[in-house]
Design a protein around this ligand. Structure first.
Ligand code: IPD
Ligand code: CA
Ligand code: CA
Length: 263
């Protein structure tokens, strides 16, 4: 497998898909709901996933595609080459704000992340990594994260998890929020991960994410020394939904041990 060639192919596809999405604002979006009234999908989410499936399959017929919208064949194992794709991460932002949404892709070979991409479509900004080689923000190499103290950290968290819920002890999360310097919520898991790997956030956590939300991001994370696990401190399950914490290595363990209590 020529990884450099595969990287060039993936980057070209992502840029082309981004161009198509940007031009989609000139015609009507069809917005539907999925699992609940706030779980949105549009015709563009589906068309973009289909675009990737058709282009990848034409060039690499043996590669399998695990996409959020399920437009391809089901994926139940990670052997061989698997592209884990979220065609639009941050669909609510896409619909409401027309910005702050990402295309994100992780390319796994035999279950090991090799190429990771987070593309901010409206800014035309690409965060990407080649495992074992490095990570970049457009043409600039990303540096290893510098240590940060928890009291000086800015963390990404959705306010939902700080209200009473049946998944996590929200009182402990409130004490985390009081401890850190600030919190942010951007509405796109991939965007929050892009901010962690560039040091604009120091951690991001969620009680429920899917493989396509974080597949690309975790590959970039490894290259800059960020730690990404589920909330048990274990490897994220790339075939199912799981909890998630990505953070600067200086604070990841402290957050897990002192502030996370799953119910
Ligand atoms: C969602 C976004 C959001 C996160 C949700 C995801 P989608 O992805 O990443 O920030 O909180 O859990 O499902 O549906 O916009 O692709
Ligand atoms: Ca998503
Ligand atoms: Ca999506």
């Amino acid at each position: 497998m020529d990884i450099t060639k595969l990287d060039h192919f993936a980057q070209a596809l992502i840029k082309e898909a981004g161009e198509r999405i940007r031009s989609a604002f000139s015609y009507d979006l069809v917005v539907e709901t999925k699992s609940n009234a706030n779980d949105l999908v549009t015709n563009i989410d589906r068309e973009t996933e289909l675009f990737f499936i058709e282009k990848i399959t034409a060039q690499h017929p043996t590669h399998r595609i695990f996409g959020e919208e399920g437009m391809g064949k089901p994926v139940t194992f990670l052997e061989g080459v698997v592209w884990i794709i979220d065609p639009i991460d941050g669909t609510m932002n896409f619909v409401k704000q027309h910005r702050h949404f990402m295309i994100t892709i992780g390319i796994f070979i035999d279950g090991v992340g090799k190429l990771g991409y987070i593309y901010d479509v409206m800014r035309d900004d690409l965060f990407y990594a080649i495992a074992g080689v490095g990570a970049w923000y457009n043409d600039s190499p990303l540096r290893k994260l510098q240590p940060v103290k928890l009291e000086e950290a800015v963390i990404g968290i959705n306010a939902n998890w700080v209200t009473p819920n049946d998944k996590i002890n929200h009182e402990k999360l409130i004490s985390l929020i009081r401890k850190v310097r600030g919190t942010r919520s951007y509405g796109s898991a991939a965007m929050e991960i892009a901010f962690v790997v560039t040091g604009k956030l120091d951690a991001y956590l969620s009680m429920r994410l899917s493989p396509w939300d974080i597949g690309g991001g975790t590959i970039i994370a490894t290259e800059v020394g960020a730690v990404a696990t589920n909330l048990n401190g274990e490897y994220f399950d790339f075939l199912n939904q799981d909890t998630f914490l990505i953070g600067n290595p200086a604070i990841h363990k402290e957050i897990l041990e002192k502030y996370i209590e799953q119910l």
